[in-house]
Design a protein around this ligand. Structure first.
Ligand code: NG6
Ligand code: CA
Length: 496
């Protein structure tokens, strides 16, 4: 009997060890909103200090040619989730109160991971639309994140500057009092409700362009809302709320492999860091919000460490688009910038076809697996799906992604040779170190945000190898390269 018991215990031990060895890694994608290439101190460009992001960057792979798929949010997020270029989807534009732009039949990272036994969650900003007809926030809204692959969702629907200013959990507005229904409109105000336009005396933050609709917590927003008082979020507590939800999810999901898509709201406008961060950067609320985001990332890291999860968790960190200083509020970002360079030495910023629109902080970390390295390989968020699929043993592949699992997670191999970049429905083409920007009409500098967005009446051709700041247009002096780039660009853009 005793011998049987010992044999039984031994076999249990064996299978436990096997389980541990064969367990698939947890995957966490941390996705910042409008964080620039030069905003992370590990990139050695600006003046901000981001010690917690640096810890991941310096102990993992830090990519210097890492791209978001677009210079704005919703298109980038669409491409990240699906591995499909955003310009193939006509609805993948900056969204405001729109319906879901991912087809529920489309493959996504969380769906792929579910085929491999993962639990999946999103905590943070969504901005990919909700529902498929007029949205009624007083009912459960579907389809949304839960219908495109997430078992659990705790989100803000669009962005912090848009109504409704409420959290949603698994399709339902959190803390909504049925006696105080929530109404939302992007066309007209509800009678008797103050707005940023008509009631500047009620504002704690003044609007600069747009953002003059309903006022919530003293901050004027895009769009109008009425009711739902009890459900309104507290802006200054949003970072803590998302962090706590992320930790709570990890506690719940840690026994099986999990995927957490942790989508920070910082440093997108309105920049409302918790008062404990006030003044920490010396750059006003934009800098303070980045310090706060960095702290959140450190807290998440510590939580994983405390739970012995670091060795079995891949952390990917990036941003949905490049930086913008004034994106619609007077918040001292311009005045207090000093000599900080959010875009580093790159030209342009958010909304731009120039490099700073889409070249973003791009970091992969896996304790004990990824060796510390700086990589200049060309990698894109559109490749996450294929690369993660490859790591977890799935043969699912997306339309436009490349399997870069070696480059991203093993410090070996080559990145992309080419990539289409997108900014507000315009596209550009990168091949090796060359960038082609086709002619586009419109202002060269976007007047509201004061960013060079890449419009010109002529083709632009740059060689990033010795002109990272895109100062020398070589289109005239290199007609052969120009022709070659145009032909290839057009052949990709025209294939569907
Ligand atoms: C623009 C907003 C801008 C920002 C952006 C979305 C105005 C004038 N500008 O329409 O402030 O919200 O949308 O940013 O309203 S993103 O990072 O989510 O793409
Ligand atoms: Ca963004």
């Amino acid at each position: 009997m005793k011998r049987f018991l010992i044999l039984f215990l031994l076999s249990c031990l064996n299978s436990c060890q096997l389980d541990q060895q064969t367990q698939k890694p947890n995957i966490i994608i941390i996705y910042a909103d409008d964080l620039g290439y030069g905003d992370v101190s590990a990139y050695g460009q600006g003046k901000l200090n981001t010690p917690n992001i640096d810890k991941l960057a310096n102990n993992g792979s830090r990519f210097t040619n890492g791209y978001s798929s677009s210079a704005t949010c919703s298109p980038s997020r669409y491409a990240l989730m699906t591995g499909t270029y955003p310009w193939r989807n006509k609805r993948a534009k900056i969204l405001t109160g729109a319906n879901l732009i991912i087809d529920t039949g489309e493959m996504t990272i969380p769906k792929m991971l579910k085929t491999q036994g993962y639990q999946t969650a999103i905590v943070g900003k969504w901005h990919l639309g909700l529902g498929n007809s007029k949205i009624d926030y007083n009912k459960k809204i579907s389809p949304g994140p839960n219908e495109v692959g997430f078992d659990y969702s705790f989100i803000i629907p669009d962005t912090q500057d848009r109504v409704p200013t409420v959290y949603m959990e698994n399709g339902k507005v959190v803390n909504l009092d049925p006696e105080d229904p929530l109404e939302v409109s992007f066309e007209k105000n509800f009678e008797g409700q103050p707005t940023g336009k008509d009631n500047p005396e009620l504002l704690s933050m003044m609007w600069h362009h747009g953002h003059n609709g309903s006022i919530v917590n003293g901050v004027p927003r895009i769009g109008f809302m009425k009711g739902g008082e009890q459900a309104k979020w507290s802006d200054i507590d949003m970072a803590d709320e998302f962090l706590n939800q992320a930790k709570r999810y990890i506690n719940k999901a840690k026994e099986t492999p999990f995927f957490l898509y942790y989508t920070l709201q910082q440093p997108h406008v309105p920049r409302t860091p918790h008062p404990r961060y006030e003044g920490t950067s010396g750059m006003g609320p934009r800098g303070d919000a980045i310090v706060e985001a960095d702290w959140c990332i450190g807290e998440l890291y510590n939580h994983l460490k405390k739970n012995n999860l670091l060795e079995n968790t891949i952390i990917i960190l990036s941003s949905d688009n490049g930086p913008v200083i004034n994106d619609g509020y007077y918040d001292e970002a311009v005045e207090k910038l000093g000599d900080h360079t959010p875009a580093g030495r790159l030209r342009g910023g958010k909304y731009s076809l120039f490099e700073a629109g889409t070249r973003v902080p791009f970091i992969t970390y896996w304790k004990g697996k990824i060796k510390p390295a700086v990589s200049d390989q060309i990698v894109s968020q559109i490749d996450y799906l294929n690369s993660i699929a490859s790591i977890v043993g799935s043969d699912i592949r997306s339309k436009d992604g490349v399997d870069l699992s070696n480059v991203l997670f093993q410090n070996t191999g080559k990145g992309r040779s080419e990539l289409i970049l997108e900014a507000t429905s315009r596209t550009a083409y990168r091949s090796q170190n060359w960038v082609l920007i086709p002619p586009y009409s419109g202002p060269a500098v976007s007047p509201n945000v004061n960013i060079e967005i890449g419009n010109a009446s002529e083709y632009q051709l740059y060689n990033l190898e010795d002109d990272i700041a895109q100062q020398q247009n070589l289109a005239g002096s290199n007609p052969q390269k120009l022709r070659e780039m145009i032909d290839r660009y057009e052949s990709i853009i025209n294939i569907n």
